[in-house]
Unconditional design. Structure first.
Length: 139
């Protein structure tokens, strides 16, 4: 009986721990875009595994779909201004653009920019780094 109770408790805790998706990160891309391909090679596989990727899941959209007559509306988005460059990363919440990153500045800069727009525009909190530098250890 206690084993069943333990399993049920574990299942309940897993259900409670499911993160609520507050926002989406929409990547606007187009075929042949070298910077889109670079982002895909460097970050595409790891993005969903990161705290940012879990908070703002990635959705990809083709630039030509946004440029259609009712493009953003048909995709369920209201944009501040047209997308001109690929890749462009749109932070979307409830169908409304909150912020954007135009272009792909490389892996190191991308994470900093993404964290900044998430913190400034959503309820996202950056994970706390729990590592202690050796010089911080005292006897």
């Amino acid at each position: 009986m206690s084993r069943i109770r333990a399993v049920l408790t574990a299942l309940l805790l897993n259900v409670i721990a499911i993160p609520a998706f507050a926002a989406d990160l929409v990547m606007v891309e187009e075929p042949g875009c070298p910077w889109c391909a670079k982002w895909e090679r460097e970050l595409g596989a790891i993005y969903p595994k990161t705290p940012e990727g879990q908070f703002a899941p990635l959705r990809k959209v083709q630039l030509h779909d946004l440029r259609k007559k009712n493009g953003p509306d048909s995709l369920g988005m209201t944009l501040d201004r047209p997308v001109m460059f690929t890749p462009t990363f749109l932070l979307i919440e409830d169908g409304v653009e909150l912020a954007r990153i135009q272009g792909y500045p490389g892996e190191d800069f991308f994470w900093g920019l993404l964290e900044q727009i998430l913190i400034e525009n959503t309820s996202y909190s950056a994970p706390v780094d729990t590592k202690v530098a050796p010089e911080q250890i005292t006897n």
